[in-house]
Design a protein around this ligand. Structure first.
Ligand code: ATP
Ligand code: MG
Length: 407
């Protein structure tokens, strides 16, 4: 049997990037031979094994054929006769379809190295169209390597467009899609992921609510970029520049969905978009079965981001309601994520990227004033049950009034 490094490890070494996980392909072996050498099989119907010591993945060289819709609709053929070239041709991009032996000799039948040098993301073969997940993968790699100057080959974008129009994207499971979306959002330039999906028509299928924001104007005084879609991309870009976590990036992407519902007669204003957007945010959350913390933050940011921007003008009672809505007493981290999401929204505007955002510290101060109200003295006064809740609220309101006066 012969063993080769494949995929990301080869690609990233050639790019001079750190290699974290290594995928291996094994040519000329049977499953029984692998098991005989101590490798542990990963799944019943997948010819993939874990190395007994390193735990890295070793896949038997295989060919794939599409046999139906979606991911279940694949037949694999792994046997000692499958060649390295045959295994590489089923892969998504040429830069991912190179292999390397232990002497670093490159096997590169589909010219991945040439595309690496030309900074091009290009599909390996027409079989690309057999797995719609590849549309998301290419957009994700575009987001990751945009900083190095990579772009998607026009013929690959064309294939992605055909896939998007074919209805195949709808066969993707929420789990597979979310894995790609969440990884893409954590890349350096997540806005490129959305742009590429939009360019090939996949955004309209996957997140029509986000797609609908392009072409929707906002008042120029607050939004020099005017277009709501461009604004959303900038907010996402800011969230990556500021190294925000996934929850915040997801909330940034979805915060303005309500603006896509504003009737044209009302443009460029978007009265109550915070409320109209909630059902759309909920729909996108559920479509991809986003984790609970992502879902929650997206809804809260959608509903309250305008409150964040107007923080300094809010009455003490409104501030209190805001803090209560976030349950800031038990969930301080979530409120902090709301604050930074608002800040990203404020900076994700053309020419305003460097603006100061005093609302952030003001809201932090308000939260700590309300959190500073001690329960013990109220308990000692004999308050309990709902009355204790009311008394706490009164004290917190007092604390917020004092905070406002001194701020
Ligand atoms: P990363 O750095 O994100 O791990 P990677 O290229 O190693 O990038 P993996 O998802 O680990 O990506 O997959 C390893 C290799 O398997 C890829 O480089 C590619 O050759 C192939 N591959 C993975 N998923 C697909 C797919 N859906 N379609 C085609 N080839 C795929
Ligand atoms: Mg990998």
């Amino acid at each position: 049997m012969q063993i080769f490094k494949v995929g990301g490890a080869v690609r990233d070494r050639l790019l001079g990037l750190p290699v974290t996980d290594i995928d291996w392909v094994v040519v000329g072996a049977t499953a029984d031979e692998m098991i005989g050498k101590g490798y542990r099989p990963v799944g019943a119907d997948f010819p993939v094994f874990l190395h007994p010591q390193t735990g890295e993945e070793y896949a038997l060289a295989r060919t794939e054929r599409k046999s139906g819709r979606g991911y279940g609709g694949f037949t694999f053929h792994a046997s000692p006769e499958v060649t390295l070239e045959e295994d590489l041709i089923r892969r998504d991009l040429t830069i991912n379809a190179m292999a390397e032996d232990d002497q670093q000799n490159l096997t590169d039948p589909y010219h991945g190295q040439r595309d690496l040098e030309a900074r091009i993301l290009r599909h390996v073969s027409p079989a690309f169209a057999e797995d719609p997940l590849r549309v998301l993968r290419v957009a994700r790699f575009a987001a990751r390597y945009a900083g190095l100057g990579f772009t998607v080959a026009s013929e690959t974008l064309e294939l992605m467009r055909q896939l998007s129009e074919s209805g195949e994207l709808e066969a993707l499971t929420a789990e597979r899609s979310w894995k790609e979306i969440s990884r893409a959002l954590m890349e350096d330039q997540p806005q490129v992921f959305i742009e590429v999906l939009r360019d090939c028509g996949a955004l309209k299928v996957l997140m029509p609510e986000v797609d609908a924001l392009f072409g929707v104007p906002q008042p120029e005084a607050h939004h020099p970029e005017i277009d709501t879609g461009l604004h959303t991309l900038s907010v996402l870009e800011q969230s990556a520049l500021h190294k925000q976590p996934l929850t915040v990036r997801w909330a940034c992407l979805l915060h303005d969905l309500g603006k896509g519902l504003t009737p044209e007669e009302a443009w460029p204003r978007h009265i109550a978009h915070e409320h109209t957007g909630l059902k759309l945010i909920k729909a996108v959350n559920e479509r991809f079965k986003a984790p609970k913390d992502c879902q929650e933050l997206a809804l809260l940011v959608g509903q309250y981001h305008t409150h964040g921007h107007r923080a300094l003008e809010l009455k003490a009672s409104t501030l209190l309601e805001l803090l209560q809505s976030f349950d800031v007493y038990r969930r301080p981290q979530r409120f902090e994520e709301f604050i930074v999401a608002c800040e990203m929204d404020a900076r994700g505007r053309k020419g305003l990227e460097q603006r100061s955002y005093p609302q952030a510290d003001y809201l932090r101060g308000a939260a700590s004033a309300a959190r500073g109200v001690a329960v013990q003295p109220l308990l000692e006064k004999g308050f309990k049950g709902p009355e204790l809740g009311e008394a706490l609220k009164r004290e917190r309101l007092k604390a917020l009034k004092a905070y406002k006066e001194n701020a």
